[in-house]
Design a protein around this ligand. Structure first.
Ligand SMILES: Cc1ncc(COP(=O)(O)O)c(C=O)c1O
Length: 416
C-alpha cells in the first residue's frame, strides 16, 4: 500500500500494546527513553520469543533427529514445528521446501553454491539490481571471479524505484538467474516482485528474492509470487540471530547438490561412497542452531497472530509521517521517495556526516544507523559515501518520529 493510501486508512492496530510485549523498549539509554529506529539492521524480540528461547534451553533441550529419548524427541518436534511455521508464514506448499540456514547471507550463498555454481558457464548472465545488499552481490561476484559469470545491473530512477524497462531489456537468452531484493534495506523501495518474476519466467529464467526486509514488512506469499527461491533472516523478523531460512521450490531442491558436508545430511557413508538425504536435510549438515530455529518459529507465530492489514497500515502511516516531517526542513534530504516503499528512511543532512549525526542523536536516546548499509553500488549511484537510516518496526510510533526530529534539530544547531 502506498503511504498516501495509508494516511486515509483508519488504524485498528495498537502499537502501544505491541510495544509493551518488548521488554527492552522500556529501558533508557544515557538517561533518556530509548527510541529504537535501527530495525532494518536487527529488530527487538517480544516476550513470546524470549519465552520460547528460555523453554528451549531450560526445559526441552537436546540434540535433534538423533535421540530415542524424551528430550531429543521433544526438541525435534519443536524444531520441525518451527519449519512448519516458516512454511505457513511464506505460504509454501510443503515444510520440506524450507531449509534452515544461519541467516539470509547463508541462504543466498546456498543458492549460489548448490544451485547456480554447477549450472553457470563463462558468459552466462545473472541479473541483479543496483539496490542489492552485499549479501546478494558477493556470492554472484564469486561466480564471476571463478567461472566467468557476467553480472548485469538493473538501474533505478532518482526516486529509488526500479527502471522496469531497463530491467526487461537485461533479460536475454544468456540470463541464468534473476537475483533481486524484495525490499531495499537502504532506501525501503519495494520491488514489484510478482511482475518481475512473471517477466523472467516468460523467458524461462528462475528468480531468487532476497526477502531479508521484504519478509518483515510485506507478508510474502511464495506461491502467489511463484518465486523460485526466497531468503529470510530471523533476527530482523523479531526472532533470534544465527538463524534464517531458504524457501526453494521442491523441483529445484531435488535437483540441487548438497551445500556443506557432515552429519545428518547423508543417507549412507562408506569408505568409498556417500549418498545424500532428501531435502531439506540434504542441506542441513551438522548440529543446527536448534533453539534459535524454535525461537524463529515463535517469532513468526507471533507475527501471524497480528491483524496484518492494520499492522501494515500502521507502518505506512509511520513512514508517511516521517517523510512529512522531513519535508519541513530543506537541510534534510531523503533518499528514496517513491510511494512504493516500506518503513525505512535514509537521508543526508547539510553540514553533518552521517556518522556524526548518528553519534550525536544516540546521546538523545535515538538509535539509528549510519554508513553504506552494505549497499555500496547503491551509494555510488547517488554519489554519497553514506547515509543516516531510520528504520521502523511495528512497535514504533509517531512519537518516535517526533523524538528523531527533535534530536535532528539539536544536531542541526550544533553542526550548521
Ligand atoms: C536486504 C538484505 N539482504 C541481506 C541481508 C543479510 O542478512 P543477514 O546478515 O542476517 O544474513 C540484510 C541484512 O542487513 C539485508 O538487509
Amino acid at each position: 500500500m502506498s503511504a498516501d493510501a495509508a494516511l486515509k486508512t483508519p488504524l485498528a492496530f495498537d502499537p502501544l500494546k505491541v510495544r509493551a510485549e518488548f521488554p527492552i523498549l522500556a529501558r533508557e539509554v544515557y538517561g533518556k527513553p530509548l527510541v529504537y529506529l535501527d530495525n532494518a539492521a536487527s529488530a527487538q524480540k517480544p516476550e513470546a520469543v524470549l519465552e520460547a528461547l528460555r523453554r528451549g534451553y531450560a526445559e526441552e533441550y537436546a540434540n535433534v533427529h538423533r535421540g530415542l529419548h524424551f528430550l531429543s524427541n521433544r526438541s525435534t518436534e519443536r524444531y520441525e514445528a518451527a519449519r512448519a511455521s516458516i512454511a505457513r508464514f511464506l505460504n509454501a506448499e510443503r515444510a520440506e521446501e524450507i531449509i534452515f540456514t544461519s541467516g539470509s547471507t547463508d541462504a543466498l550463498n546456498l543458492v549460489a553454491s548448490s544451485w547456480a555454481e554447477p549450472r553457470i558457464k563463462a558468459g552466462d548472465e545473472i541479473v541483479l539490481t543496483i539496490l542489492e545488499h552485499h549479501s546478494n552481490i558477493v556470492p554472484w561476484h564469486y561466480l564471476r571471479e571463478r567461472h566467468g559469470a557476467v553480472l548485469k545491473w538493473a538501474p533505478i530512477h532518482d526516486d529509488g524505484s526500479l527502471d522496469m524497462e531497463a530491467f526487461e531489456k537485461l533479460l536475454t537468452d544468456r540470463t541464468k538467474l534473476v537475483a533481486i531484493t524484495h525490499m531495499s534495506n537502504a532506501l525501503g523501495t519495494i520491488l514489484p516482485a510478482k511482475e518481475l518474476i512473471a517477466m523472467a519466467h516468460a523467458r524461462g529464467i528462475p528468480v531468487l528474492l532476497d526477502g531479508s526486509q521484504g519478509a518483515v514488512h510485506l507478508r510474502p506469499d511464495v506461491r502467489d509470487l511463484d518465486v523460485d527461491f526466497y531468503a529470510i533472516t530471523g533476527h530482523k523478523l523479531y526472532g533470534p540471530s544465527g538463524i534464517g531460512a531458504l524457501y526453494a521450490k521442491r523441483e529445484h531442491l531435488d535437483a540441487m547438490r548438497p551445500y556443506r558436508g557432515g552429519g545428518e545430511m547423508i543417507r549412507e557413508v562408506t569408505m568409498e561412497t556417500v549418498t545424500y538425504a532428501d531435502p531439506p536435510h540434504r542441506f542441513e549438515a551438522g548440529t543446527p542452531p536448534i533453539v534459535q530455529a524454535i525461537g524463529l518459529g515463535a517469532a513468526l507465530d507471533w507475527m501471524m497472530a497480528l491483524d496484518w492489514p492494520a499492522a501494515q497500515a500502521h507502518e505506512a502511516d509511520l513512514i508517511a509521517y516521517a517523510h512529512e516531517r522531513f519535508g519541513q526542513f530543506n537541510w534534510l534530504h531523503p533518499l528514496g521517495t517513491t510511494a512504493e516503499k516500506g518503513a525505512i528512511l535514509s537521508f543526508t543532512m547539510d553540514g553533518a556526516h552521517p556518522h556524526d549525526i548518528s553519534t550525536f542523536i544516540d546521546r538523545q536516546g535515538v538509535a539509528v544507523r549510519a554508513g553504506h548499509h552494505c549497499a555500496q553500488p547503491l551509494m555510488d549511484r547517488y554519489d554519497v559515501p553514506a547515509t543516516t537510516r531510520a528504520s521502523f518496526a511495528l512497535y514504533n510510533t509517531r512519537e518516535d518520529v517526533d523524538r528523531l526530529m527533535d534530536a535532528l534539530l539539536k544536531c542541526r544547531e550544533l553542526f550548521a
